[in-house]
Structures are given as structure tokens and as C-alpha cells.
Design a protein around this ligand. Structure first.
Ligand SMILES: Cc1ncc(COP(=O)(O)O)c(C=O)c1O
Length: 391
């Protein structure tokens, strides 16, 4: 086996014909806050209306329109959004199908509801839930399926909805990473019982912290709104138990301002991804992301898959060398949810694809702050590290 290149120093693998790479690595993420966002927040602060008010209503209306949903309910963060969506649709003790290959909240909020997450394997190409595997895990107690549009790549919604119809399941889609992704030409809000979003700073759009639930049924819209704010129907009349999961008007002002450019920002992510795809397709042993048929990806994360057999190193050593070339990179996720300590009682479930993805996937920058030359530099660095480690 050829010796892999020493991964340690930028000097040792410097690209551009041996020129030392810039001291500043290409960042993995950029938090996109403009003067317009800041002005909107300051105006709201000066107005004295800080808690949920008119900006929240305006943000909800525009977000619903943009995602193809009838109703949107803003809340404190994406985790609260999951709780607000799960509570009316899932009962304690229910079995709920969910992917193991996702961020922990999709599954842990099922457990927080007192229901049982039933972990399903991942599709080896799209990395989303494997719908056939999910069907085999249905029990008489299964009432719902919670699915993530992971990395911004929509799941095979036709297959999920058909499964749900055949087995009478509620469907909750976690679109925390998929603002403005589409399926068969429609926004993701058009599908399922509820869709949840996050506006955490690293997401495709941000409000600082923040979340949104979109629904199409009027009754569910009412349920979620009541849960968001102590079940309050009129001032100090509380119809049911609820929470304070409200979004502030300052956050909503930032959200409205961010919506002014989410389409342009998403287009830039897609253009960066297309350029990365072309470069990565030419590198033996590396695979660009595969977009679900009929879908438009929103590229929250750009995920590369490694054939471990093609390289004389593991994924983590590959990434160390990539960083030495001045390219920040990340692993989402180092382990599947069913292998997390919190779900130790699920450790024996067999999910071979999810286990393999934890060793073979990595993320490279795709954010809209990248210049064309940085995108090229990422491709060149990948090619150089891949060649150095090729078997
Ligand atoms: C898939 C997914 N679901 C839920 C969440 C939770 O969102 P938040 O951090 O806003 O609570 C995240 C955030 O990283 C996520 O990526």
C-alpha cells in the first residue's frame, strides 16, 4: 500500500503548486446577518414591542406563503417546533417511526412526548430514512412517522405519504435544514400533517434562535397556537395546558428581513453545490450528494461520501489533511441517534447503513459567503488529498 501523504501541515500538502495556503481557512459556515437585519431588530427594540407581536404575524404569513403551507406558527426554536407538532399528533406510549440518521432532536422529542422512537435505517444514497425498512418496523402501536429532510435534501415524500395512507399514520416532517427545498415543484409545507423548521444561526436563514411549524389543517393550526402560549384563548382564559414557546418580535423582525433574500441565498448555495458536484464527480472514491428524484435540495450542508476501500486512511485522517489544506470541514454526525447514550436501550437494533454513514460522510463548505476561487480551492484540495491517500 502506498504511504499516505503526511496529513499534519498545510505546507506538506499545500495546493496551488506548492504555494502556502492562506492563513485563514475557508470557513465551514457563515452566519449571514446584514445591516438590513440589524436595522430591523433595532427598529423593533426602539418600538418597545419586544415580545410576540405584529412582526411575528407578518413573519408567519410570509413563511407560510413561501413554503406552500396554509398556516405557519412561529416559536422559540426548532426543538420547540417539534414538540408543538408532536403533541397533538402523537400520544404517550405510541410507537413512532423515525430515522436514526438525523439530528438528535427529531428522535429525542418523540421520547420527550412519552412515545417510543422506532429507529429506521437510512437510504445509502440520499441518507434520508429508508421507507422500506420503516414499513417493516410498523407494529400495532405505530401511529406516526417523523422524517427529516436531512441536509436540505427532501425525502421521497410520495413513498412516505403512501406508507402513511396504507397504515393510517400521522406524518411530521423535520425541515430544520430544508428551508426552500421543494418536492415535485411544491414547497415542503404542502405535505404531511406538520412540518417543522429551525432558525438557529448556522441554518440557511436565522432569527438568532427560532423555529416554525407549518400545517394545513385549521384545527391543527389552532392546537399548535394554543400549545405555544399556555392554552390561552382570550386574556387569562386557559383552555388547556400549554407552554411559553413564543418567538419574540425582535427575532421575527430579523426573520422577515432574512426572507427578503432567502431565495437569492439559496440560489447561491445551489450554484456552489453544482460547482462542487462537478469537481467531486471527477475524484475517484468520493461521491457528491444524490438529490432525491423530483426534489430540489436546499444545501444546508454539502455532504461527501468516501469509499473507504479506495483510500489508505479513514475519514477522520482524510479530514485532517483537508484542514491542513486550508478547508474547514465537519462530521454530521459522528454517530447515529440509536447509538447515543440517551438511547442505549436501542443499541442492539440493526441499522447497518446508518452505522456506515457515521464513518464515511463528511461536510465541506457550501455557504453563500464562498467566492468562486474558494469553491475551486475546495475542489483542488479534495483532489489533492484524495490522490495522496489513494490506494
Ligand atoms: C434536523 C434538525 N431537527 C431539529 C433541530 C433543532 O433545532 P433548534 O436547534 O432550533 O432547536 C435541528 C437543529 O440543529 C436539526 O438540524
Amino acid at each position: 500500500m502506498p504511504q499516505p501523504a503526511a496529513p499534519a501541515s498545510a505546507q506538506s500538502l499545500a495546493i496551488n503548486g506548492g504555494d502556502p495556503v492562506s492563513a485563514d481557512p475557508i470557513p465551514m459556515i457563515s452566519v449571514d446577518v446584514t445591516d438590513a437585519d440589524i436595522d430591523a431588530a433595532v427598529r423593533t427594540l426602539r418600538s418597545g414591542m419586544l415580545a410576540q407581536g405584529a412582526n411575528v404575524g407578518a413573519f408567519e404569513k410570509r413563511f407560510a406563503d413561501l413554503t406552500g403551507a396554509a398556516h405557519a406558527i412561529a416559536c422559540a426554536n426548532g426543538t420547540c417546533a417539534l414538540q408543538l407538532a408532536y403533541e397533538p399528533l402523537i400520544q404517550p406510549g405510541d410507537d413512532v417511526l423515525c430515522p436514526s440518521w438525523t439530528y438528535i432532536a427529531t428522535a429525542s422529542m418523540i421520547a420527550a412526548r412519552g412515545a417510543n422512537p422506532v429507529f429506521c435505517d437510512a437510504d445509502p444514497h440520499t441518507y434520508n430514512i429508508d421507507v422500506k425498512d420503516a414499513e417493516q418496523r410498523i407494529t400495532p402501536n405505530t401511529t406516526a412517522i417523523a422524517v427529516t429532510h436531512l441536509y436540505g435534501n427532501p425525502v421521497d415524500i410520495d413513498a412516505i405519504q403512501s406508507l402513511a395512507t396504507r397504515h393510517n399514520l400521522s406524518v411530521i416532517y423535520d425541515a430544520a435544514q430544508a428551508h426552500l427545498a421543494t418536492y415535485r415543484g411544491e414547497g415542503l409545507g404542502a405535505f404531511g400533517d406538520a412540518v417543522t423548521y429551525s432558525f438557529y444561526p448556522t441554518k440557511n436563514m436565522t432569527t438568532g434562535e427560532g423555529g416554525m411549524v407549518t400545517v394545513n389543517a385549521t384545527e391543527l393550526d389552532r392546537d399548535v397556537r394554543l400549545l405555544r402560549s399556555h392554552g390561552e384563548t382570550t386574556k387569562y382564559t386557559h383552555e388547556r395546558v400549554g407552554y411559553n414557546y413564543r418567538m419574540t418580535d425582535v427575532e421575527a423582525a430579523i426573520g422577515v428581513s432574512q426572507l427578503d433574500r432567502i431565495e437569492a441565498v439559496t440560489a447561491k448555495r445551489r450554484a456552489n453545490a453544482a460547482a462542487l458536484d462537478a469537481m467531486i464527480e471527477a475524484i475517484p472514491g468520493l461521491h457528491p450528494p444524490r438529490v432525491t428524484e423530483g426534489a430540489q435540495h436546499s444545501y444546508h450542508l454539502y455532504v461527501v461520501r468516501m469509499d473507504l476501500d479506495a483510500f489508505g486512511c479513514d475519514r477522520d485522517a482524510f479530514l485532517e489533511a483537508l484542514r491542513a489544506e486550508g478547508v474547514q470541514c465537519a462530521v454530521h454526525y459522528p454517530r447515529p441517534a440509536h447509538r447515543q447514550p440517551v438511547f442505549s436501550e436501542h443499541g442492539n437494533v440493526k441499522l447497518p447503513v446508518a452505522d456506515r454513514l457515521a464513518k464515511t460522510l463528511f461536510c465541506i463548505p457550501v455557504h453563500p459567503g464562498l467566492t468562486q476561487s474558494q469553491v475551486n480551492q475546495i475542489g483542488e484540495a479534495l483532489a489533492k488529498v484524495a490522490e495522496a491517500y489513494a490506494r
